[in-house]
Design a protein around this ligand. Structure first.
Ligand code: SF4
Length: 503
């Protein structure tokens, strides 16, 4: 745990057992790619670098921590880059040469290899087209976020921004995180036109939806450029794109004019203005200063009425899975501990049709119904606490890794005797612990809500047309399943059961 704040910019260099705090004034102001390269030059070419860019230095609440230099993997959500920036901590660089010890190394390797074969077979489309391979389906099922979540269909635009289109145009290869059997990461290069010369990490599903249909932009190359900019500044692409879309709607409604924007025309789909606005957000300049902390803060700074179309929960912009199309996500977003977050829930996969036999979920529910989702969301949140805590990629869960395998791998690694129930009860304890921390900050049922656009503005067309989640009813079911009070707080009995009664 890094406590306190350095007086001058620093980075932490960890080489096997040695830990050193080094000056980083010469790195302050560099983008994340430049920072990682400079630190590898100073330390070890094989060092892994997690760093912030100019957005984190300027304490943007949308600032991410970027990992792997030009590979651009992101700890994107929740403004962790601002936490590092507040400590004057530019980066943490690590190089380890010893191998971890396992209780049963051979058994673990055997089990992981068996699972990898299944994961690979179940993820062929992800390998070929990346996370954006399903974009046509996303549009067809009414899940696509369009024009700041206002429209219901975008048939004309969707085919132009898919993973398949990327493969036909700018894709040059796959990127695999360490030891990954899938390799969903995209490597791209633009060779013609105004963006010629851009190369590196390509945009993912969330980034494509955010800078694509959310802003009525069907130009895939411009989305790749916006992705690159966010990665370099160290900005979360979900929150940044949600905030750009918010600004475009404010422009449309006359709440922003060209004096506010420094001359930018924020009409929907204006890619040049979007690119400039991202630069302004990353540097906290001009209108970017008002937008750099996301839509909730921007609404407070610009015009109180604009909170109506600030699509966020607890200050975090929603990721691009529509809770009006997959109602379990309404509950997931409303109750996730860090705000509008899909990674604590992931139940839309089950509503899409994926079965989870080792959790007892083999019969996917009606995705538009608000009935019977409370226990399911709580169970999946519990599972995801452990999954996330083990540092595993969500896409292997989608490909078949459930709590049974988590228990098996934990036992082989540590010599424990976990069963599925232990995974889920550990997850339940973790989720409640996080809720207790939030409760200390005053979070309760009043905060477990959704933005007006999700509660009272149905999609006007498409498969999810007219549907809205009945959040009050769902919350009642959910709190009951969790053993929480109607005010959304863990009861003394529940804390006793979880061994948390001293908190
Ligand atoms: S670990 Fe996950 S995010 Fe990384 S390449 Fe593999 S599937 Fe993609």
């Amino acid at each position: 745990v890094v406590k306190g704040r350095a007086e001058e910019p620093v980075y932490i260099w960890i080489s096997d057992q040695e830990v050193e705090i080094r000056p980083a004034a010469h790195l302050w102001g560099l983008d994340t790619h430049e920072t990682a390269a400079a630190i590898q030059d100073e330390t070890d070419p094989q060092a892994q670098v997690a760093c912030i860019g100019p957005a984190g230095e300027r304490l943007s609440l949308m600032a991410s921590v970027m990992i792997g230099g030009t590979d651009s993997r992101a700890a994107g959500r929740g403004g962790m880059g601002a936490v590092m920036g507040s400590k004057n901590l530019k980066a943490v660089a690590v190089r380890g040469t010893s191998k971890p010890e396992y209780f049963d190394r051979q058994g673990l390797l055997r089990s992981v290899r068996q699972a990898n074969a299944i994961i690979r077979d179940n993820s062929l489309a992800m390998t070929q087209f990346g996370t954006s391979g399903g974009i046509i389906t996303t549009e067809q099922v009414g899940d696509m976020a369009i024009q700041n979540w206002r429209l219901g269909s975008w048939k004309e635009g969707a085919p132009k921004i898919t993973g398949e289109r990327m493969a036909e145009t700018i894709l040059t290869g796959n990127y695999h995180c360490h030891a990954c059997p899938i390799g969903c990461g995209r490597e791209i290069e633009i060779t013609e036109g105004p963006l010629a010369g851009l190369q590196g990490s390509g945009p993912e599903y969330e980034t494509i939806i955010g800078f694509g249909p959310m802003c009525l932009n069907d130009d895939l190359e411009s989305i790749a450029a916006m992705n690159d900019l966010c990665n370099r500044y160290g900005l979360d692409t979900i929150s940044t794109s949600g905030t750009v879309a918010f600004a475009m709607e404010a422009w449309e409604k006359g709440l922003l004019d060209s004096e506010d924007t420094g001359g930018l025309d924020l009409s929907w789909g204006n890619t040049k203005s979007m690119i400039q606005l991202i630069e302004m957000i990353g540097r906290r300049e001009g209108l970017g200063a008002a937008l750099a902390d996301g839509t909730r803060a921007a609404a407070e700074r610009l015009d109180a009425n604009s909170i109506e179309f600030a699509v966020q929960v607890k200050g975090l912009e929603l990721p691009y899975h529509d809770p009006r199309a997959f109602t379990s996500m309404a509950l997931g977003y409303a109750t996730a501990n860090r705000g509008g977050d899909h990674l604590e829930t992931m139940t839309y996969w089950h509503e899409y049709g994926k079965e989870w036999p080792d959790m007892g979920y083999v019969d996917p529910p009606d995705k538009l119904s608000s009935e019977g989702k409370g226990k399911m969301v709580a169970d999946f949140q519990n599972f995801m606490q452990v999954f996330n805590g083990l540092g595993l990629c969500k896409f292997i869960a989608k490909a078949g890794v459930g709590p049974q395998l988590l228990a098996e791998w934990t036992n082989l690694a540590l010599g424990w005797d976990w069963k599925v129930e232990d995974v889920l009860s550990t997850g339940e304890r973790t989720f409640n612990l996080k809720r207790l921390i939030n409760a200390r900050w005053g979070i309760s049922r009043k905060d477990d809500t959704l933005p007006p656009r999700m509660l009272s503005h149905p999609r006007p067309s498409g498969s999810a047309q007219g549907n809205l989640p009945h959040l009050g009813k769902m919350l009642h079911e959910y709190y009951e399943a969790r053993g929480w009070s109607e005010d959304g707080l863990p009861t003394p009995e529940k804390l006793e059961e979880l061994g948390l009664s001293d908190l």
